[in-house]
Design a binder for this molecule. Structure first.
Ligand code: PHE
Length: 342
């Protein structure tokens, strides 16, 4: 039998064998036998090399035709078999295609995001714009220019994640003050600076190594401590309800002078004394003060002409108060049982 006859026989056998196939499970074996890498067509093609130069072109052409014919026949048979199988499946199995699909549960905003939005809203009503500053900061902005030189013991107030000798994960939103002042000079400023901060701290129910702050900064002419206190009072009323009592204590921050701590009457126990207010009846809501002259100057403002106030408050803490959340670690634990409650 010469090679042309062998090709002819291969095509005939292959197509006959395809007709015999009843289920899609048998299709791969057929393919391997006839068209596979070690199949019959491949074997015949090996023989092409032995032909004379005169016979080779015709045999090659025929081989291609046989291959195409087998491929086409295979495709057609495969489609036919699959369609028949689907038909059987549809008529024997019960599928109610009119049943509604399972709903995809929509997500919602994280409690921190919602609290941030509320804070933005309240300060927007008082004319504060939002200024965004980066979470990765220079040592210079985070400390130096805020009047905290390397040797200063106040650095102990901020346990820091260092990226390199000069770069840190910001330990507070205050470095944004410098950026904002340098960009805004010589115009007055009234902004809040919300954002994530990081401290190299032991994680406990009360402190995380990541948390949000909202910083406030006002720079202008004749801005006084009473403006700061008034702003805090207005904020507390809007955030926690009218009629809040407020207490101002002297404090210390290197970048404010004088510095204060703002307390509010404990909304949980109505100042009767509870675990959350440590039986004092007061809750701390912000660190604050008048912008230090050195910081004003570092920001490009002449302290002889300009004055300002700044404050910094946590975001998780107020949310914990409002919702009776006892452990700050829930915020970043990604436990849906927690997240779904808000
Ligand atoms: N940056 C201070 C802190 O993180 C808070 C603060 C901000 C105090 C602005 C005074 C003025 O503790």
């Amino acid at each position: 039998m010469n090679i042309l006859e062998a090709l002819q026989a291969l095509q005939r056998d292959g197509i006959a064998a395809l007709e015999e196939i009843r289920g899609s499970g048998q299709l791969p074996l057929w393919y391997r036998t006839y068209l596979g890498r070690k199949g019959r067509l491949t074997q015949l093609l090996r023989g092409l090399g032995d032909l004379s130069a005169g016979e080779r072109p015709l045999a090659g052409k025929r081989a291609n035709e046989v291959k195409a014919a087998l491929e086409d026949a295979f495709q057609a048979r495969q489609e036919h078999i699959k369609a028949a199988e689907l038909e059987v499946a549809l008529s024997s199995e019960q599928v109610d295609v009119t049943l509604p699909g399972r709903p995809i549960a929509p997500g919602h905003l994280h409690l921190v995001t919602r609290t941030l939005r509320r804070l933005r809203e309240i300060f927007a009503e008082m004319g504060f714009q939002v200024y965004e500053a980066p979470e990765v900061e220079t040592d210079e902005n985070n400390f130096e220019l805020l009047n905290i030189p390397a040797y200063h013991p106040a650095r102990d107030m901020w346990d820091t994640f260092w990226i390199s000798d000069e770069v840190v994960l910001r330990t507070h939103t205050s470095p944004g003050q410098i950026r904002c002042m340098r960009e805004s000079h010589p115009h007055p400023i009234r902004v809040i600076l919300p954002g994530k901060c990081y401290r190299y701290e032991q994680v406990t129910p009360r402190s995380e190594h990541q948390f949000f702050q909202v910083e406030g900064l006002a720079v202008g002419h004749n801005i006084r401590l009473t403006d700061l206190i008034g702003t805090m009072r207005e904020f507390a009323g809007k955030m926690y309800g009218e009629g809040r009592k407020m207490r101002i204590r002297g404090s210390y921050f290197p970048f404010t002078e004088p510095s204060i701590e703002v307390d509010m009457d404990c909304i949980l126990c109505r100042s009767e004394g509870c675990r959350v207010c440590k039986y004092t009846g007061w809750l701390e809501i912000a660190g604050a003060g008048m912008v230090h002259p050195v910081v004003l100057r570092n920001g490009g403002y002449d302290p002889e002409e300009w004055s300002g106030f700044a404050f910094g408050m946590g975001v998780e803490r107020p949310a914990m108060l409002q919702h009776g959340i006892e452990d700050i670690r829930y915020f970043y634990g990604n436990d849906l049982r927690f997240l779904r409650q808000f």
